[in-house]
Design a protein around this ligand. Structure first.
Ligand SMILES: [Fe+2]
Length: 199
Protein backbone atom coordinates (compact mmCIF):
# COMPACT_ATOMS: atom_id res chain seq x y z
CA UNK A 1 0.00 0.00 0.00
CA UNK A 2 1.39 3.39 -0.97
CA UNK A 3 1.35 5.99 1.75
CA UNK A 4 -0.26 9.23 0.58
CA UNK A 5 1.88 12.35 0.92
CA UNK A 6 0.86 14.41 3.92
CA UNK A 7 -1.65 17.06 2.90
CA UNK A 8 -3.48 20.04 4.34
CA UNK A 9 -6.79 18.21 4.89
CA UNK A 10 -5.15 15.46 6.93
CA UNK A 11 -3.12 18.05 8.86
CA UNK A 12 -6.30 19.96 9.77
CA UNK A 13 -7.95 16.71 10.90
CA UNK A 14 -4.90 15.94 13.03
CA UNK A 15 -5.01 19.44 14.54
CA UNK A 16 -8.69 19.04 15.41
CA UNK A 17 -8.01 15.72 17.12
CA UNK A 18 -4.98 16.75 19.11
CA UNK A 19 -6.47 20.06 20.31
CA UNK A 20 -9.48 18.10 21.57
CA UNK A 21 -7.14 15.81 23.51
CA UNK A 22 -5.51 18.64 25.47
CA UNK A 23 -6.18 22.38 25.84
CA UNK A 24 -2.65 22.96 27.20
CA UNK A 25 -0.66 25.04 24.66
CA UNK A 26 2.58 23.40 25.80
CA UNK A 27 1.23 19.97 25.01
CA UNK A 28 -0.33 21.18 21.77
CA UNK A 29 2.84 22.72 20.29
CA UNK A 30 4.86 19.61 21.18
CA UNK A 31 2.38 17.51 19.20
CA UNK A 32 1.89 19.97 16.31
CA UNK A 33 5.62 20.45 15.74
CA UNK A 34 6.39 17.10 14.04
CA UNK A 35 3.20 17.29 11.97
CA UNK A 36 4.00 20.84 10.80
CA UNK A 37 7.46 19.62 9.85
CA UNK A 38 5.96 16.81 7.77
CA UNK A 39 3.55 19.19 6.05
CA UNK A 40 6.30 21.75 5.38
CA UNK A 41 8.52 19.14 3.77
CA UNK A 42 5.68 17.50 1.81
CA UNK A 43 4.90 20.85 0.11
CA UNK A 44 1.59 19.37 -1.12
CA UNK A 45 -0.21 22.64 -0.34
CA UNK A 46 2.39 25.01 -1.82
CA UNK A 47 1.40 27.13 -4.85
CA UNK A 48 3.22 29.86 -6.81
CA UNK A 49 1.01 32.56 -5.26
CA UNK A 50 2.34 31.68 -1.81
CA UNK A 51 5.66 33.30 -2.77
CA UNK A 52 3.97 36.68 -3.23
CA UNK A 53 4.84 39.34 -0.67
CA UNK A 54 3.27 42.63 0.33
CA UNK A 55 5.95 45.28 -0.22
CA UNK A 56 4.48 47.50 2.48
CA UNK A 57 4.72 45.00 5.31
CA UNK A 58 7.73 43.14 3.89
CA UNK A 59 6.09 39.74 3.77
CA UNK A 60 3.04 37.91 2.50
CA UNK A 61 0.59 36.10 4.78
CA UNK A 62 -1.47 33.62 2.77
CA UNK A 63 -4.30 32.01 4.67
CA UNK A 64 -4.53 28.28 3.94
CA UNK A 65 -7.15 27.37 6.51
CA UNK A 66 -9.10 28.57 9.51
CA UNK A 67 -12.08 27.14 11.35
CA UNK A 68 -15.34 29.15 11.30
CA UNK A 69 -14.52 30.49 14.79
CA UNK A 70 -11.03 31.56 13.58
CA UNK A 71 -9.23 28.79 15.48
CA UNK A 72 -6.64 26.51 13.84
CA UNK A 73 -5.36 29.14 11.40
CA UNK A 74 -2.71 28.03 8.93
CA UNK A 75 -0.70 30.44 6.78
CA UNK A 76 2.00 30.31 4.17
CA UNK A 77 4.38 33.14 5.05
CA UNK A 78 6.66 34.58 2.34
CA UNK A 79 9.45 37.00 3.21
CA UNK A 80 11.09 39.50 0.90
CA UNK A 81 14.92 39.55 0.80
CA UNK A 82 16.26 41.89 3.45
CA UNK A 83 12.87 42.27 5.14
CA UNK A 84 11.24 40.78 8.18
CA UNK A 85 8.70 41.22 10.94
CA UNK A 86 9.22 43.39 14.04
CA UNK A 87 9.26 41.80 17.49
CA UNK A 88 5.74 40.53 18.22
CA UNK A 89 3.77 38.01 20.20
CA UNK A 90 0.82 35.98 18.92
CA UNK A 91 -1.74 35.85 21.74
CA UNK A 92 -2.16 32.15 20.98
CA UNK A 93 0.09 29.11 20.59
CA UNK A 94 2.12 29.06 17.39
CA UNK A 95 4.24 26.61 15.42
CA UNK A 96 6.43 27.70 12.49
CA UNK A 97 8.13 25.27 10.11
CA UNK A 98 10.64 26.25 7.43
CA UNK A 99 9.72 25.44 3.84
CA UNK A 100 12.17 27.22 1.54
CA UNK A 101 15.26 29.28 2.28
CA UNK A 102 16.53 30.18 5.72
CA UNK A 103 14.92 32.73 8.07
CA UNK A 104 16.50 34.14 11.18
CA UNK A 105 14.21 34.01 14.21
CA UNK A 106 15.24 36.33 17.03
CA UNK A 107 13.81 35.65 20.49
CA UNK A 108 12.97 38.37 23.01
CA UNK A 109 11.77 38.54 26.58
CA UNK A 110 9.70 41.24 28.19
CA UNK A 111 11.37 42.77 31.26
CA UNK A 112 8.90 45.48 32.34
CA UNK A 113 5.74 44.82 34.38
CA UNK A 114 3.27 45.87 31.67
CA UNK A 115 1.76 48.58 33.87
CA UNK A 116 2.34 51.47 31.44
CA UNK A 117 -0.12 51.48 28.51
CA UNK A 118 1.68 51.54 25.17
CA UNK A 119 5.09 51.03 26.76
CA UNK A 120 7.15 47.85 26.90
CA UNK A 121 10.78 46.95 27.48
CA UNK A 122 12.02 43.85 25.73
CA UNK A 123 15.48 42.27 25.63
CA UNK A 124 16.97 40.06 22.95
CA UNK A 125 17.73 36.62 24.39
CA UNK A 126 18.80 34.52 21.40
CA UNK A 127 18.25 33.60 17.82
CA UNK A 128 17.93 30.59 15.57
CA UNK A 129 18.15 29.97 11.85
CA UNK A 130 15.07 28.24 10.47
CA UNK A 131 15.62 26.18 7.32
CA UNK A 132 13.40 23.66 5.52
CA UNK A 133 11.94 21.19 8.02
CA UNK A 134 13.13 23.14 11.06
CA UNK A 135 10.43 23.94 13.61
CA UNK A 136 10.10 26.64 16.24
CA UNK A 137 7.22 26.76 18.73
CA UNK A 138 5.76 29.62 20.75
CA UNK A 139 3.53 30.09 23.76
CA UNK A 140 0.93 32.89 23.57
CA UNK A 141 3.15 35.54 25.17
CA UNK A 142 6.44 34.46 23.51
CA UNK A 143 8.05 37.28 21.52
CA UNK A 144 10.05 36.86 18.33
CA UNK A 145 11.09 38.77 15.26
CA UNK A 146 11.95 37.42 11.82
CA UNK A 147 14.54 38.47 9.23
CA UNK A 148 15.17 37.14 5.75
CA UNK A 149 18.83 37.99 5.26
CA UNK A 150 19.08 35.96 2.03
CA UNK A 151 18.83 37.18 -1.56
CA UNK A 152 15.67 35.18 -2.34
CA UNK A 153 12.10 35.05 -1.07
CA UNK A 154 11.79 32.57 1.80
CA UNK A 155 8.66 30.61 2.68
CA UNK A 156 7.53 29.14 5.98
CA UNK A 157 4.42 27.42 7.30
CA UNK A 158 2.70 29.11 10.26
CA UNK A 159 0.14 27.37 12.44
CA UNK A 160 -1.77 29.23 15.16
CA UNK A 161 -4.32 28.27 17.78
CA UNK A 162 -6.33 31.23 16.51
CA UNK A 163 -6.02 33.55 13.51
CA UNK A 164 -3.67 36.25 14.82
CA UNK A 165 -5.88 39.12 13.63
CA UNK A 166 -8.48 37.82 16.10
CA UNK A 167 -6.23 37.54 19.15
CA UNK A 168 -5.07 40.34 21.40
CA UNK A 169 -1.44 40.63 20.47
CA UNK A 170 1.26 43.25 20.07
CA UNK A 171 4.26 44.39 18.15
CA UNK A 172 7.16 45.94 20.03
CA UNK A 173 9.79 48.53 19.25
CA UNK A 174 12.79 47.70 21.45
CA UNK A 175 14.51 51.02 20.78
CA UNK A 176 11.50 53.23 21.43
CA UNK A 177 10.21 51.02 24.25
CA UNK A 178 6.72 50.88 22.76
CA UNK A 179 3.96 48.32 22.34
CA UNK A 180 1.06 48.57 19.89
CA UNK A 181 -1.39 46.38 18.02
CA UNK A 182 -0.03 44.14 15.25
CA UNK A 183 -2.57 43.46 12.50
CA UNK A 184 -1.50 41.52 9.41
CA UNK A 185 -2.46 42.24 5.85
CA UNK A 186 -3.68 38.78 4.90
CA UNK A 187 -4.21 37.25 1.48
CA UNK A 188 -7.46 35.37 2.04
CA UNK A 189 -9.09 33.31 -0.72
CA UNK A 190 -12.43 34.94 -1.54
CA UNK A 191 -14.37 31.70 -1.50
CA UNK A 192 -15.12 30.28 1.92
CA UNK A 193 -15.14 26.85 0.28
CA UNK A 194 -11.50 27.32 -0.66
CA UNK A 195 -10.70 28.84 2.68
CA UNK A 196 -11.87 25.95 4.79
CA UNK A 197 -10.35 22.64 3.97
CA UNK A 198 -12.97 19.97 3.60
CA UNK A 199 -12.57 16.93 5.73
FE1 LIG B 1 5.34 35.39 14.60
Amino acid sequence: MTRQPYGLVQFVNDLRALTLQSPDPRVIVDRVGPLARDLALARTWLAPRHYECDAGQGFGAHLLHEEPDHTLAIFAGAWLPGRGAPPHNHGTWAVVAGVEGTERNVFWTRVDDGSRPGRADIRRVGDRMLGPGDVVTFQPESIHSVVNATALVTVSLHVYGKHVNYTTRSQFDPEQGTERAFILKVDEPSSSDDRRSRS
